[in-house]
Write a protein that binds this ligand. Sequence first.
Ligand code: HEM
Length: 504
Amino acid sequence: MSVFESLLQFLSTGTLLGALLLLLVLYLLFSGSKSQKEGKEPPGPKPLPLLGNLLTLDLKRPFDTFCELSKTYGKIFQVFLGPRKTVILVGYKTVKEALMNYAEEFGDRYIGPGFRIINNEHGILFSNGENWKEMRRFALSNLRDFGMGKRGSEDKIIEEIQYLKGEFDKFKGKAFDTTQPVNYAVSNIISSIVYGSRFEYTDPRFTEMVDRANENVRVSGSATMMLYNIFPWLGPFLNSKRTIVRNILKNKAEIMKLINELLETLNPQDRRGFVDSFLIRKQSDEESGKTDSLYHSMNLYCTINNLFAAGTDTTATTLRWSLLLMAKYPEIQAEVQGEIDRVIGGRQPVVEDRKNLPYTDAVIHETQRLANIIPITPPHKTSCDVHLNGYLIKKGTSVLPLLVSVLRDENEWETPDSFNPRHFLNKQGQFIKKDAFLPFSAGRRVCLGESLARMELFLFFTFLLQHFHFTPPPGVSEDDLDLTPAVGFTLNPAPHKLCAVKRS
Ligand code: HEM
């Protein structure tokens, strides 16, 4: 039946059924011819109405289901998270092709309801367009000014390491949970870059802020928050959402207080940190009568929030994995310590030492690879229609690069599922870079704090191994140390205790 005939029939009967049928015919006619012209969409499991492929997914470990599905549907496939179509990118070659060769096309962020309540599309991590560009540029240039990649942050880290050592010393070799001291130390690095000063570990205002932020990272990766992202109307019934909102409101109040304190003592000739720079820019835009300035309080608060959320849990979690792995593999720990003793001896390690510590460097890289703390990046979104490896991915589609499938890609790593520092060493024992080492992702949205994080990991790890020997608690064997991660937005080591025994 032609479109014209349908129209005539509709006009003659005028029934609702006719209208619906006509719409269906038009849809099939136009959607069919369009998709044939434009290319085929990625394959994927058949979705159910409303639920999509939710029943197929392990909501606690969706990345495992995606790896499984990839065996059937290939390196680019689509699933429906509820009614929302999502394209999954699998393996080093595919992820690299999309994020690096089509950086613009895959460079937007999909912002689901769970993240909108946190950022309201301001700041860096969950924003797009001009707002994202300007805040990312401003944060990067200020992070550089206040230390990142420079001597400044090296000094800040070295200062903080002494405090962390003091905390470890307090346990006198007895077993303890490393979570809080490591989180506080790492958070203080961002604090001194953002606010211009560090906090005492006994300051409840600081420790509660860090603990709340960590709780949010954990809860935002839970199965219930995944459901909330798909069906936001579930919100009022979900404890997880209530927890997140409560933590956000409390942390926001604290951050605003800190900003106000800095505002009262602001001196444009003597900037203490990122907040001062932002406030000075804000005042200058206000004085020149700029009405569309992006330098407003909401962007300031959200950017600070992003830097803390993205910069604390990630680095601290990786560091805790590294200590756990050392306790589990004492022969690797001994080799690291032997190298540190030979090359550095008893003096304070500095960034310059990295090139002379290939084994230690390889162990840190291998920790990041195996720990795979962000198995799936926060969702990306296509900024226009894009053809990738023969498939059409339409503008506005949410896209998940599966970083775990890159860091464990069988074609790139000799023993993808085991801890093997040799992945990063050549036959002569020199450090080698690996292209498939992408824990910081790649392309337009690549981690903004990569160089800071790398500096922190190197200095903290080397210093701690220089001073302590890490072992399981008495009565627990190395084999008993469990490497199964606790799932949140990042993959953390499951709760455990370690002994930090002073090296003589
Ligand atoms: C071991 C430590 C870290 C790891 C593994 C890590 C990893 C990542 C990953 C995978 C992303 C998402 C990239 C994407 O969407 O494709 C990201 C984004 C981001 N990271 Fe990191 N990160 C670490 C440390 C840091 C630190 C220390 C900071 C702060 C200075 C930071 C700030 C950010 C920000 C602001 C973004 C959002 C970038 C954007 O959307 O444009 N990260 N990070």
